[in-house]
Write a protein that binds this ligand. Structure first.
Ligand code: GRF
Length: 215
C-alpha cells in the first residue's frame, strides 16, 4: 500500500513539483494526497491548483497563535489520513507539540550538507566557509531546526566564482533528485530511525571517493 503523503509549502514549490512528479509513477511507494501552503499567495499553491492537486491554503497570519495554526495543519493532515509529511520550503517554525505528534513521520530538505550551515542563508554560509563541496540533506524533523536524523544527502561542487545566486540552482537541481529518492526510502520502510540515526536498507552503493572539482 502506498503511503499517503502531505507536502507543506510556503513559496515557489519546486521540490513539491518534484515529489508530485515522482508520486505519479505506479511503482512509487508514496502518493501525494494533500498540499498545504502557509501562504495564500505561494506560487507553488497556484501551480498545484492548476494541476488539479488537492491543495489548501492555511494562511498563518489568520491564526491567533503558532499553536492554533499548527492545530489547523494537524486537523487537515488527519482529515486527509496522512501517513507522512514532507516539508518543502515551508517557512514556519513548528510548535514542539506538533513536531512531537509527527516525529518519525515528517521530513524536511535543507540546501546544505548538514550538520554544516543550518538555518538561514546556507548558500552564503557555505561560500563564506570556503567549502569546495556543498549539497543538500533530507532529514527527519525534530524540535531543533535542521538537526534531525539524516535520511540522504547529495553533493555538488562549489566553484571559485560562485555566488549564492549561482550555487543555489546547482543545489536545487540535486534537491529535486534527492527528495523523491529519500521519500521513497522512508515510505517503503527501507530507512528507519534507530538510536537517533537513520539505518538504510538500500541497494549497495559505490565506495568511490567523490572529487570536487573532478580531477
Ligand atoms: C529549497 O532550497 C529547500 O531546500 C529549502 O527551501 C527551498 C524551497 O524551494 N528548504 P522550493 O519552494 O521547493 O522551490
Amino acid at each position: 500500500m502506498k503511503k499517503r503523503v502531505a507536502i507543506l509549502i510556503s513559496g515557489r514549490g519546486s521540490n513539491m513539483m518534484a515529489l508530485v512528479g515522482a508520486g505519479r509513477a505506479l511503482d512509487y511507494p508514496a502518493e501525494i494526497v494533500a498540499i498545504i501552503s502557509s501562504r495564500a499567495d505561494a506560487a507553488g499553491l497556484a501551480y498545484a491548483r492548476d494541476q488539479g492537486l488537492p491543495a489548501t491554503a492555511l494562511d498563518h497570519r489568520t491564526f491567533a497563535s503558532r499553536e492554533a495554526f499548527d492545530e489547523a495543519v494537524h486537523a487537515a493532515l488527519v482529515e486527509a489520513r496522512v501517513d507522512l509529511v514532507a516539508l518543502a520550503g515551508f517557512m514556519r517554525i513548528q510548535s514542539a507539540g506538533f513536531v512531537r505528534r509527527w516525529e518519525g513521520r515528517q521530513l524536511n530538505i535543507h540546501p546544505s550538507l548538514l550538520p554544516l550551515f543550518k538555518g538561514l542563508h546556507p548558500h552564503k554560509q557555505a561560500l563564506d566557509a570556503g567549502v569546495k563541496i556543498s549539497g543538500c540533506t533530507v532529514h527527519f524533523v525534530t524540535e531543533e531546526a535542521d538537526s534531525g536524523p539524516i535520511v540522504a544527502q547529495a553533493a555538488v561542487p562549489v566553484h571559485d566564482a560562485d555566488t549564492p545566486e549561482t550555487l543555489a540552482p546547482r543545489i536545487l537541481r540535486a534537491e529535486h533528485i534527492l527528495y523523491p529518492q529519500a521519500l521513497a526510502l522512508v515510505a517503503s520502510g527501507r530507512a528507519v530511525v534507530q538510536d537517533g540515526r537513520v539505518k538504510t536498507r538500500a541497494p549497495p552503493h559505490s565506495d568511490d571517493v567523490l572529487f570536487s572539482p573532478q580531477p
